[in-house]
Design a protein around this ligand. Structure first.
Ligand SMILES: *[C@@H]1O[C@H](CO)[C@@H](O)[C@H](O)[C@H]1NC(C)=O
Ligand SMILES: *[C@@H]1O[C@H](CO)[C@@H](O)[C@H](O)[C@H]1NC(C)=O
Ligand SMILES: *[C@@H]1O[C@H](CO)[C@@H](O)[C@H](O)[C@H]1NC(C)=O
Ligand SMILES: *[C@@H]1O[C@H](CO)[C@@H](O)[C@H](O)[C@H]1NC(C)=O
Ligand SMILES: *[C@@H]1O[C@H](CO)[C@@H](O)[C@H](O)[C@H]1NC(C)=O
Ligand SMILES: *[C@@H]1O[C@H](CO)[C@@H](O)[C@H](O)[C@H]1NC(C)=O
Ligand SMILES: *[C@@H]1O[C@H](CO)[C@@H](O)[C@H](O)[C@H]1NC(C)=O
Ligand SMILES: *[C@@H]1O[C@H](CO)[C@@H](O)[C@H](O)[C@H]1NC(C)=O
Ligand SMILES: *[C@@H]1O[C@H](CO)[C@@H](O)[C@H](O)[C@H]1NC(C)=O
Ligand SMILES: *[C@@H]1O[C@H](CO)[C@@H](O)[C@H](O)[C@H]1NC(C)=O
Ligand SMILES: *[C@@H]1O[C@H](CO)[C@@H](O)[C@H](O)[C@H]1NC(C)=O
Ligand SMILES: *[C@@H]1O[C@H](CO)[C@@H](O)[C@H](O)[C@H]1NC(C)=O
Length: 686
């Protein structure tokens, strides 16, 4: 976002600011600060360009002011200017001769103004800048015609930002004169059609079309483009020209958050490295190609009259051999699609694949032996699928020499290839949460000569550091399960009734994060866990904070949903010196023993997550927010309390009030009548 960019620039340069002396110079100068040849006049209340700045300035920033017009003489005094920024003013127009003296101006930022109002005159002004390379016109309510007018004859422009405008359609007239254009940002317009728009821009390398309404990109043939971002549209088709022999320079293609049904039809030859396809409806249809039962199915889609001058397009469906060149792909993000299987040989086409993100798809089985993942694979995320089976032989696993992160959580796994974790040479992090997997007793692991085993064998997984086994229905972890491991993260939450004390104690030297939420653990001794930084013991019905926590150097502590009624001052004082983040909601705290809350509050270094939702109960079992509760209402230790005084006082006060009213009514009826009349009735004329 524009605003953030500017503020960070401002903040970064703060230390070197030299404050100009407001007395000795032009009054408006007090708004500006000068660093060498840069004048910073942002956030003033300027309504015009200050005229008293040194004439040698090269950069002038006037963002967040109230300037409405740049006049012909506004910049006359600054002939050396090469960068001018006027974002977030209320500019209607730039007068035709604004830049008559600014022959060197290369960068002009006009983002967030009202140039739709005076675009005609502004376009004259822009045309007089022979050196202009970078132009930001974002957020100016420009439509197609206005943009085309503003861009006429800007032959040397290289970087153009039109984001956040009202463009609907791009055609061959839109950027006709921008022969040097390298980068174009068209984000957040309302584009629904692009027709021959970039034929005149042979140098265009980066094109951002995100957040528009484009329904398809067919006939893609911009061979020079390196980055194309068409995420957040309504694309159903992405089809490249398949008859081109040229190698496309495309490296990054972002088509995420669209409506693709098919894997994109990529160029035949390209260097595509990063392919982002998350949140579409992509699946593979290999089983429908050459399928005799489906003879009547359409096998091709034709696109007619795409361009005035070009031929029709035909895309062959169902044939998954047509994906184009994916041989350089390193990152493939298919999160949130509907992939049930990979077509045969699909993975093998990507020998440099490093990250495969398949989270939230419909994979049912994974045969790693037949897929042949490449040795370069670093991260494999197949969480939240329907996996019930993983097959892999030892040779395949040994070859995955770079696999470091392996996420299999949220599946239906009950079996795993035996020795999976001891065979993968570089494995550091495994997530098996929410599967039905046990941890092997060592005897179990040894006798099993089977290819798969119903339990996780962790022996010899020497490099493993992070192990997530949330919600796996674990009952008992064998004493020696983690022997020889140097785990830093162990997550065992949501395994109700888990018995694991002894096995975990074996990790006391290395563990930095331990998750034991919702396990019903009791009486756990944490005092040996000298490396532990983060602990989750939420949902365990704990009535007291374990004393052993005070001896270790915790930074993050999750105590939600227990039965804590208070945290004794002595404990609170110690925790306050160590913790950074503390979760406390869902405990039945006693409002009258909430000293700990003030302790944490006054420390200032603790982030109490959901602070305003930390509740307590008072003497009458009424629930309050701890942060608002007034503790003087409580019965104090000495036995006396304001509360009782109030209780005592109320009846006395009420009787007194009653007596007074009665007296008044009885003895001064006239007075009362008068006063009622005066206050409540309007005078009526009879
Ligand atoms: C406009 O796009 C350029 C890159 O093309 C970028 O540097 C600039 O920050 C963008 N401006 C806004 C307001 O998004
Ligand atoms: C653009 O440049 C061409 C050639 O220099 C010139 O003939 C034409 O009048 C210019 N157009 C505008 C609108 O200035
Ligand atoms: C594409 O644009 C969107 C929206 O600006 C952005 O979030 C995303 O990171 C971009 N993709 C790439 C690959 O840069
Ligand atoms: C591109 O690939 C398609 C499908 O494999 C093929 O029909 C076409 O002839 C190829 N084009 C070129 C120029 O190689
Ligand atoms: C592609 O290359 C083939 C042979 O190398 C050639 O016959 C064909 O005409 C070329 N096609 C194009 C569009 O250049
Ligand atoms: C043909 O399609 C049917 C229906 O989708 C599928 O069940 C079957 O496996 C397919 N046959 C082949 C040979 O892929
Ligand atoms: C294919 O279409 C023909 C004529 O439209 C029809 O008679 C036939 O039953 C169809 N076959 C299948 C397998 O649907
Ligand atoms: C495109 O297809 C339409 C409909 O079949 C046809 O009338 C037209 O001649 C085709 N155009 C080209 C250039 O092949
Ligand atoms: C794979 O990566 C290596 C090393 O980065 C590179 O030399 C090679 O060209 C890449 N292969 C492909 C097909 O891109
Ligand atoms: C896995 O793939 C291998 C190699 O293609 C094959 O021999 C094996 O039968 C497959 N296993 C299963 C369970 O499909
Ligand atoms: C392993 O993965 C990392 C991270 O992606 C990468 O930098 C490295 O080159 C890969 N190594 C091999 C042998 O592919
Ligand atoms: C191997 O697996 C089968 C089926 O899961 C099971 O019946 C058998 O007991 C296993 N054998 C060993 C040695 O664990």
């Amino acid at each position: 976002m524009p605003l953030h960019g500017f503020t960070s620039i401002l903040l970064c340069s703060l230390p070197v600011w030299i404050i100009l002396n407001p007395v000795s110079s032009h009054p408006q100068l007090s708004q500006c600060q000068l660093i060498q040849t840069t004048a910073l006049c942002n956030n003033g209340k300027l309504s015009s360009v200050p005229s008293g700045l040194p004439d040698y300035i090269e950069e002038l920033q006037l963002n967040y002011n109230h300037i409405q017009t740049l006049q012909d003489d506004s910049l006359l005094f600054y002939p050396l200017l090469h960068s001018l920024s006027l974002a977030c003013n209320s500019l209607d127009k730039l007068e035709s001769n604004t830049f008559q003296a600014s022959r060197a101006l290369q960068r002009l930022n006009l983002a967030n103004n009202n140039l739709h109002a005076g675009y005609q005159e502004t376009s004259h002004a822009l045309r007089t800048m022979p050196a202009l390379r970078t132009l930001d016109l974002s957020e100016n309510m420009l439509n197609d015609e206005m943009a085309a007018t503003l861009l006429t004859n800007l032959t040397f422009l290289e970087y153009l930002n039109l984001s956040g405008n009202l463009l609907q359609r791009l055609d061959e007239t839109s950027f006709r004169d921008l022969h040097q254009l390298k980068e174009l940002n068209m984000q957040r317009n309302i584009l629904f059609e692009i027709d021959g728009a970039f034929e005149s821009n042979p140098k265009l390398q980066r094109l951002n079309l995100a957040f528009n309404n484009l329904p398809c990109l067919t006939d893609f043939h911009m061979t020079q483009l390196v980055v194309l971002n068409a995420s957040h549209n309504v694309l159903e088709w992405f089809i490249s020209r398949q008859d081109l022999n040229d190698t496309f320079l495309l490296e990054t293609l972002d088509l995420s958050e669209n409506k693709l049904l098919f894997f994109p039809f990529l160029p035949n030859h390209s260097h595509l490295r990063n392919l982002y396809l998350s949140h579409n409806s992509i699946r593979f249809y290999e089983h429908l190609a050459n399928n005799d039962t489906l003879t009547n199915w359409t096998t091709t889609v034709e696109f007619y009259n795409l361009r005035k001058y070009q031929r029709n397009m035909t895309a062959r469906l169902w044939d998954d051999g047509l994906h184009g060149d994916i041989s350089s792909v390193e990152i493939l993000d298919l999160k949130g699609n509907q992939v049930v299987y990979f077509p045969e040989g699909f993975i093998q086409k990507m020998p440099n694949l490093s990250r495969l993100q398949m989270c939230t798809n419909c994979l049912e089985t994974l045969n790693m032996t037949s897929e042949q993942f490449p040795g370069s694979l670093y991260e494999l995320d197949i969480s939240n699928n329907r996996l019930s089976q993983i097959v892999a032989d030892e040779r395949t696993l040994t070859a995955l020499g770079n696999l470091t992160y392996f996420n299999l959580s949220l599946n239906n796994l009950e079996q795993l290839p035996s020795g999976l974790f001891s065979t993968l040479p570089s494995l550091r992090s495994v997530d098996l949460s929410y599967n039905n997997i046990d941890i092997c007793l060592s005897e179990e692991a040894e006798i099993s000569g089977n290819a798969t085993s119903a339990c996780v064998d962790l022996r010899n997984a020497g490099l493993l550091r992070q192990l997530y086994l949330k919600g796996c229905n674990l009952q008992r972890i064998p004493q020696s399960a983690f022997a020889g491991l140097l785990l830093t993260h162990l997550e065992l939450s949501d395994n109700t009734g888990l018995i694991a004390h002894q096995s975990i104690q074996g990790l006391s030297r290395t563990l930095q994060h331990l998750g034991l939420g919702n396990t019903h653990i009791r009486e756990f001794d944490f005092s040996h866990f000298q490396s532990l930084k983060s602990l989750n013991i939420s949902g365990n019905s704990l009535a007291h904070l374990p004393q052993s926590l005070l001896n270790i150097d915790l930074k993050v502590l999750d105590l939600r949903d227990n039965r804590l009624s208070t945290i004794p001052s002595a404990q609170a004082n110690i925790l306050a010196t160590k913790l950074h983040t503390l979760f406390l909601t869902g405990n039945p705290f006693n409002c009258c023993q909430a000293e700990w809350f003030r302790t944490f509050e006054t420390t200032g270094t603790i982030n109490m997550v959901g602070r305003s939702d930390v509740k307590c109960e008072d003497l009458f079992q009424t629930t309050h927010r701890v942060e608002h509760f007034q503790s003087h209402v409580c019965l104090e230790e000495s036995g006396e309390s304001v509360f009782w005084y109030i209780l005592l006082f109320i009846p006395i006060f009420l009787s007194f009030l009653g007596i007074s009213v009665l007296t008044l009514i009885t003895f001064k009826p006239k007075l009362l009548q008068k006063s009622i009349k005066k206050k409540c009735l309007k005078p009526t004329s009879y």
